[in-house]
Each structure stands twice: as structure tokens, then as C-alpha cells.
Design a binder for this molecule. Structure first.
Ligand code: ARG
Length: 465
């Protein structure tokens, strides 16, 4: 008979039994479910709601069940619907009457909300650790390439010179925000719904602060209806993961472009590339493409859960059982992507000569040429037009700006002097861009330093130092 079978006179239809059950996916919260129950039992006993003997039996029984689950000795059953009722049934089977007292002053509605928050809290820490590993790979590559000139792009058109370090460090910054965004989400998530009961609290003299504290939450949630109703924390996590995947996907796209023959700025390590079944020459960036592809999957889960939650009246509705699979799959996906991406970045071979060659074409020193005239006294807008005319002249004559002779330059403006050639060198152009946040070596040095400090500080935070 079902745990809730008292009111019923018929067995559940077997199709309904399977349809209704969530054990095949919520079983992954077994540890959190048991942790929550142990805290609940301790509080019930301290508040005189169950006896200390019952509490001891419950605690020992639950610990044994945990060990058995971890040893692979337990088979959960869809007949007991979900992880909460599976554990309770196992406990009662083991210890009898005391097991039946565990659910006093509690409902599966507050139980599932606690379990999910505990579970997601842990996963956030793991994901943050993986992002830090990726940042380290970015940092290591950036440290090697502060002097490596490459074209910076806008509209995928060569625009101005940057260094490869500067380019990589942009991703370092984006990943920093991903870390703090996920930690913000965790901080908001860290409120305990246990004690909300089914929706309206309980008549027993429970101590919600005690369970909150035992489980490492900052406080109990202050409205019981809210405690069992909202899944905003799961939506927020999916949103943080979606933004993270957006960053990875853009980075992946660049890796794909960079290792194409058209760019050849990098070559991926053999261990992070794949071949073709027909074209013997092929070396494909499948890892980067899959990361880009899986981004759609994570976005989909965000939209899915937002849509599930939309329009649900307070408080709990069974629709909300649909929260777990998307958030679990998004977590699994992100946790697969991050380490493989970090490995790909750490092992890629950078080809500075090819970057330098690409930087040499496309007139990416044109702004610097205008700045040269401006510094000699010409208003910037006039200098801009003058250099525009020069670029046109160059394209007509198949020359680069730095290949023009001084008479050719002076023909357009008498302000040009011999020092223009030094000003047009890409290394100068990049080195002069020393404004805060720019590509000059002293600035990328500062960015590298800040990123390294961030990684250390966040790792300490994760390990509770
Ligand atoms: N398996 C359920 C879920 O994931 C647990 C809560 C069930 N509560 C209920 N009243 N049926 O949402």
C-alpha cells in the first residue's frame, strides 16, 4: 500500500504510478534528503516533539541507509514515488515505529525544497571550482603572449592591434563575473524552507532556526507559502549557467575560427581534436563545436523551467516536480564542458607569426596614423578624413600605410615627418595603448595580476579558508 494510501480504496493505475514517480531522477538527492532528515529529527527531539531515543534510532537508521545507498546495496522503487518516500519507507522497514515519527511537522513540499537547495548549493561550488580551472588555463596562456600582436576585430573586420594576452584576458573577465554571479545566486539560495510544512507551517513547537543552522543555511525562509512555492533559485542558477555557456560558446566560436586555415592563429592539440572518417587531412575542433552546441541545450532548460513555473498558483503544484531534470541536465552539461574546454585552452599551440601576419594587413594602424596627425596639431576629425584618403590611395596602389614614401605622405599632409614610420609599427601602436584596460604590456600585466589574485581568493573561499 502507498504511504498515503489510507484515503484510497483502489490501487494506483500502473501507468499513473510510473508517470507520477520521480525517483529515477530525484534519487541523486539521496544524501541531501538524509542530511535534511537527520537535522529535522535532531530538532524534533530538542523541542520535545519526539523522544531522544527515537531521534537516535532515526539518525543511526538514516546513516546506515546512506552507507547502503553508497555501497550500491539499495534499489529504489517507483512504488514509493520519490526519494523522500523511498528513504522514509527504508527507514521504517529498518527501525519500525520511530521511523514513522520522522515525518512529524514536515511535508514532502518543504522537504523537496530543502533537498534541492542543499544539492544545488554543492553543485555551484563544484562548478565555480571548474571555472577557476579554466581561468587558470586562460591566465597561463595570456602570460605567455603579452607581446604577441594580433588584429583586434569589430564586425569580424580587422580593427586595431591588440595582444593575444589582451584578447584572452577579456574572457578571463567574463568568467570572473560568471563566478561571482553563481556565488550571488548561492547566497540568495541559502535560506531554509524546512518547517514550512505543506504550505501553512505547523502546530508543533518547532525551531526553524535550529534546522536552518544545522544545515548551514543563513536563516529559515520567513513565509511558509513562499518556502514551498518558489523555484526562483533554480531559475536563477539556470540563468547563471546560460550566461556562462554564452561566454564559453563565444570563446568556442573564436577557437573554431582561429584554427581554420583562413586564420591559423592556433593549432589545437591532437588530444583535443578529432578526425574525419573520409577526409584524411582533417583535424576538427569538435570539442569547441560541441560546447557551442550544448549552449542551446542549457538555454532550453532555462526557458523550459521559466515556462513550467509561469502561471502556477501558490503553493506547491506537482508541475514543480519538473524542475529537477532541466536543472540537473544543465549542471551535468556545464560540468562536462568546463574541464574539456580548460584542457583544450591549456594545450593549444599558439602561432604568433600568423597572428602578426594577419595584423600586418587590413590597415589596423590607421587610427594610430590619425592619432599621429592629431598629436601634431590637426583636429582629430580632419586627421580621420586625411587618413581615410590615404587608405584609399593605398588600396588603389597596392601599398600599406607604412610602405608609403615620405613625399607621398607629405603630399597629403605636410605634418608627416620621418617619425611616422615608428608610429605606424604595430608593436608601437599596441604598446602605446596603455590606457587603463588596454593591450599595452604594463596593462595586460596588471590584468594578469588581478586575475591571478581573483583565482587564489576564490579558491580560498571555496575551501572555507
Ligand atoms: N517528488 C515531488 C517533487 O519533486 C516531491 C514533493 C511532492 N509533494 C506532493 N505534495 N506531491 O516535487
Amino acid at each position: 500500500m502507498k504511504l498515503w494510501g489510507g484515503r484510497f480504496r483502489k490501487e494506483t493505475d500502473s501507468l499513473v504510478n510510473d508517470f507520477n514517480s520521480s525517483i529515477h531522477f530525484d534519487c541523486r538527492m539521496y544524501k541531501e534528503d538524509i542530511e535534511g532528515s537527520i537535522a529535522h529529527a535532531a530538532m524534533l527531539s530538542d523541542c520535545g516533539i519526539i523522544s531522544p531515543e527515537d531521534k537516535d534510532q532515526i539518525t543511526a537508521g538514516l546513516k546506515e541507509i546512506l552507507a547502503n545507498i553508497e555501497a550500491g546495496k539499495i534499489e529504489f522503487t517507483a512504488d514509493n514515488e520519490d526519494i523522500h518516500m523511498n528513504v522514509e519507507a527504508l527507514l521504517t522497514e529498518k527501525i519500525g515505529a520511530a521511523g514513522k515519527r520522522l515525518h512529524t511537522a514536515r511535508s514532502r513540499n518543504d522537504q523537496v525544497a530543502v533537498d534541492l537547495r542543499l544539492y544545488l548549493r554543492r553543485e555551484i561550488d563544484e562548478i565555480v571550482g571548474q571555472i577557476l580551472d579554466l581561468q587558470q588555463a586562460v591566465l597561463d596562456q595570456a602570460s605567455l603572449h603579452q607581446e604577441t600582436v594580433m588584429p583586434g576585430y569589430t564586425h569580424l573586420q580587422r580593427a586595431q592591434p591588440v595582444s593575444f594576452a589582451h584578447h584572452l584576458l577579456a574572457y578571463g573577465e567574463q568568467l570572473k563575473r560568471d563566478v561571482t554571479r553563481l556565488l550571488d545566486c548561492k547566497a540568495r539560495m541559502n535560506i531554509c524552507p524546512l518547517g514550512s510544512g505543506a504550505l501553512a507551517g505547523t502546530t508543533y513547537p518547532i525551531d526553524r532556526w535550529q534546522t536552518a543552522k544545522l544545515l548551514g543555511f543563513d536563516a529559515p525562509c520567513s513565509n511558509s507559502l513562499d518556502g514551498v512555492s518558489d523555484r526562483d533559485y533554480a531559475v536563477e542558477l539556470l540563468s547563471g549557467l546560460s550566461i556562462l555557456m554564452m561566454h564559453l560558446s563565444r570563446f568556442a566560436e573564436e577557437v573554431i575560427l582561429w584554427c581554420s586555415w583562413e586564420f591559423k592563429f592556433i593549432e589545437l592539440d591532437d588530444a583535443y581534436s578529432t578526425g574525419s572518417s573520409i577526409m584524411p587531412q582533417k583535424k576538427n575542433p569538435d570539442v569547441a563545436e560541441l560546447v557551442r552546441g550544448k549552449t542551446g541545450r542549457v538555454y532550453g532548460h532555462l526557458m523550459g523551467l521559466l515556462t513550467t513555473m509561469k502561471g502556477l498558483p501558490l503553493a506547491y503544484n506537482k508541475d514543480m516536480q519538473e524542475d529537477k531534470e532541466p536543472v540537473f541536465d544543465a549542471i551535468d552539461t556545464v560540468k562536462m564542458c568546463l574541464p574539456v574546454f580548460a584542457g583544450m585552452i591549456a594545450t593549444m599551440r599558439v602561432l604568433p607569426q600568423n597572428m602578426r601576419r594577419a595584423a600586418g594587413g587590413g590597415f589596423i594602424n590607421a587610427t594610430d596614423c590619425a592619432d599621429y596627425l592629431t598629436k601634431k596639431g590637426m583636429p582629430f576629425r580632419d586627421a580621420y578624413t586625411t587618413v581615410g584618403n590615404l587608405v584609399y590611395y593605398c588600396t588603389e596602389n597596392g601599398k600599406l600605410l607604412e610602405e608609403l614614401t615620405l613625399p607621398e605622405l607629405q603630399n597629403i599632409s605636410p605634418l608627416f615627418g620621418e617619425d611616422v614610420y615608428e608610429a605606424l609599427r604595430l608593436e608601437t601602436c599596441m604598446g602605446q595603448r596603455s590606457s587603463f584596460g588596454g593591450p599595452a604590456v604594463e596593462e595586460t600585466g596588471r590584468q594578469i595580476h588581478t586575475l591571478a589574485a581573483f583565482i587564489v581568493q576564490q579558491r580560498e573561499g571555496l575551501h572555507g579558508a
